[in-house]
Ligand binder design. Structure first.
Ligand SMILES: NC(=O)C[C@H](N)C(=O)O
Length: 323
């Protein structure tokens, strides 16, 4: 086990990077912080010896409190890990609340030459039927197999393999909280068998990781019935770099908010509209009524794929520039 840095190893292994989250929570040891790191969590799966592992404690945070410096540290570390010949694949042990955003960000700054698999737990270590150890073992299996190379970053929870590109956390507490609306499961892990049903198209974005102190300021605003436009005006006042709007249905906004949106565009602020719905694509050419996709695009708005919180990550990277 190492503390935030890599040790060259000769034997091929799966590297597990511990970052905190519920999988690391043990209230009787520490009720304020995630208490468990690599040494303890690897100890809990010591009966699993099929795959050699090495562990690293990168940071120990609840994932709702992660900041851009955390993400910078994670991506930088993963890039170093890819260069280690003995590393077959990497598991990132992570909080689930932002696992869909963080895994997506890691995916977008790829491509990665070896599998990267995120996992975590919905039930902490001291709850009945804690799911962390089984998730960890399944994620190790996925990271270890050469069948996982070239499939993009993945999330393994509850015996299911999801593509980071499509996965969302859709339930607050259930162990089956992760799903990939529209796309479906990419695969499953049952007993020792990793099965894939399909592959994601290769990641060709090559987004650059923004510099530590210059992540673009992008806000996410959800449309609601009778929305006052207060947050749109706040974004103009703050001169943010971009705004992602979760619009009604396929991406529609009320006609009475169009002047506020026009002011953002006139000020050079990038505006994307994505569907507010839990699944489905935006429309581009069906409705011409004010506030619908045809009119929005003629104002300079871009219609984009949701969900909003993942589109925000994509816009930040887009604004930061490509390699
Ligand atoms: N299940 C979890 O991991 C939730 C926790 N709040 C986290 O994201 O760190």
């Amino acid at each position: 086990m190492t503390e935030g840095h890599l040790v060259a190893a000769l034997e091929e292994h799966v590297l597990i990077v511990f970052t905190g989250g519920t999988i690391s929570v043990s209230p009787s040891r520490d009720s304020n912080h995630p208490a468990l790191g690599g040494a303890q969590l690897a100890g809990e799966i010591s009966g699993f010896s099929e795959v050699p592992i090495q562990t690293v404690d990168l940071y120990r945070a609840m994932s709702e409190s992660l900041t851009f410096p955390h993400l910078h540290k994670l991506v930088t570390f993963l890039r170093q890990a890819m260069d280690q010949p003995a590393v077959r694949g990497v598991v990132v042990s992570h909080g689930t609340d932002t696992m869909d955003e963080v895994s997506y960000l890691v995916d977008l700054v790829g491509p990665w030459s070896k599998p990267i698999v995120f996992t975590g737990a919905m039930r902490h270590n001291e709850l009945v039927s804690a799911d962390g150890p089984a998730n960890l073992v399944n994620a190790i299996r996925v990271a270890d197999t050469s069948a996982s190379i070239g499939r993009g970053v993945m999330v393994v929870m509850n015996e299911e393999i999801h593509a980071a590109r499509y996965v969302v956390k859709g339930h607050s507490t259930n162990v089956s909280s992760f799903s990939s609306p529209g796309a479906g499961l990419m695969g499953s892990v049952v007993e020792e068998c990793v099965r894939y049903y399909w592959s994601v198209p290769p990641c060709t974005n090559s987004y650059r990781l923004p510099a530590l102190d210059s992540w673009p300021k992008v806000e996410l605003i959800r449309m609601t019935l009778g929305n006052s436009g207060l947050f749109l005006r706040a974004c103009l006042a703050e001169q943010v770099d971009g705004v992602v709007i979760e619009g009604f249905g396929a991406g529609h906004v009320p006609e009475f908010l169009l002047p506020d949106i026009q002011k953002l565009i006139d000020a050079g602020i990038r505006v994307w509209v994505v569907p507010r719905t839990a699944s489905g694509h935006p429309l581009y050419a069906t409705y011409g009524t004010p506030g619908s996709e045809i009119g929005l695009q003629s104002m300079g708005v871009q219609m984009e794929e949701g969900p909003g919180h993942k589109a925000r990550i994509r816009m930040m990277l887009e604004l930061a520039g490509k390699e």
